[in-house]
Design a protein around this ligand. Structure first.
Ligand SMILES: C[S@@+](CC[C@H](N)C(=O)[O-])C[C@H]1O[C@@H](n2cnc3c(N)ncnc32)[C@H](O)[C@@H]1O
Length: 262
């Protein structure tokens, strides 16, 4: 299947998955169409906001692991979303002051906000790209100038693979990305679960910028095939190396994991 054109033009009328997520997180970069769609999802699954917040907590802990224990100082964050609290470059640079980050997203509002936010940060770039075209991402001149593909890096696919249909070959996409990296590189991934509490909400996404393709634990685990999962393996969001027990919501319907390339 041919993916849709790269960098679709700005469309405030069709609910956009990135802007809906911004609304779940309490952000202001969303429009009436996004808010209405997001409220319908919240009507189906009232803990949607908690799910988004728990995903951000996982993202922070995973980046802290990569920048700390794993010694990674380069990050390729695909489907990075709108700037919010504790962005990847802030978390990474707190752990490793020289850390370099390339953000990739296909949504125009994400790109403009990201570029504005990063105008004075020469360690971080924001690039237009479509995850369905992974060869273009790993071959992108700006990304290659910014990140050194001869050294380990972390690829972040956080709450984005569930916008890729099976026929768009999400496993092949992950393989293409990881094949472009040297051993020791890290994959950070989270994905919404095919849970009966979330399933009815997918009809809202059918009319949004991307469908929501929910997957089972077993299906999500296969994204890590051929890689070495770090402990505790593929878990619920708040069960992955939980920081403070105060934030523990262990039955939210999403899974996550972090793995190393051999
Ligand atoms: C739910 S947000 C997740 C943001 C961030 N990764 C996080 O977990 O907080 C999903 C983001 O993926 C982007 N996205 C969806 N499909 C994409 C694709 N095919 N290529 C690049 N970005 C995509 C959306 O524009 C949105 O910004």
């Amino acid at each position: 299947m041919n993916p849709e054109p790269l960098s679709p033009s700005f469309d405030p009328v069709t609910p956009n998955v990135g802007r809906m997520y911004d609304y779940y997180l309490g952000g202001k970069d969303n429009y009436a169409s996004d808010r209405e769609a997001a409220e319908r999802v919240i009507g189906v699954f009232p803990r949607t906001r908690e799910l988004a917040v728990a995903n951000r907590r996982f993202l922070r802990r995973a980046v802290e692991y990569a920048a700390g224990e794993a010694g990674i100082d380069q990050f390729l964050d695909i489907g990075s979303g709108l700037p919010t609290q504790e962005n990847v470059h802030e978390v990474a640079q707190r752990a490793v002051p020289g850390a370099r980050v390339a953000y990739v997203d296909q949504e125009p509002i994400v790109l403009s906000h990201g570029q504005a936010l990063l105008a004075t940060d020469d360690q971080t770039v924001m690039v237009a790209g479509d995850l369905r075209r992974p060869h273009e991402i790993v071959g992108d001149a700006t990304i290659r100038e910014h990140l050194d593909f001869d050294r380990p890096m972390a690829v972040l696919l956080v709450f984005v693979l569930h916008f890729i249909r099976d026929e768009e070959d999400p496993r092949g996409i992950v393989r293409t990305l990881m094949d472009a990296l040297v051993p020791g590189s890290v994959l950070v991934l989270s994905h919404a679960e095919a849970d009966r509490r979330l399933m009815p909400g997918t009809s809202v996404y059918d009319r949004a910028s991307s469908p929501a393709v929910l997957r089972s634990y077993d299906e999500i685990e296969t994204f890590f095939d051929g890689l070495d999962l770090v402990e505790p393996g593929v878990t619920r969001l708040d069960d992955w190396r939980p920081g403070t027990p105060l934030h523990r919501e262990d039955d939210l319907p999403a899974y996550c994991g972090v793995a190393h390339k051999r």
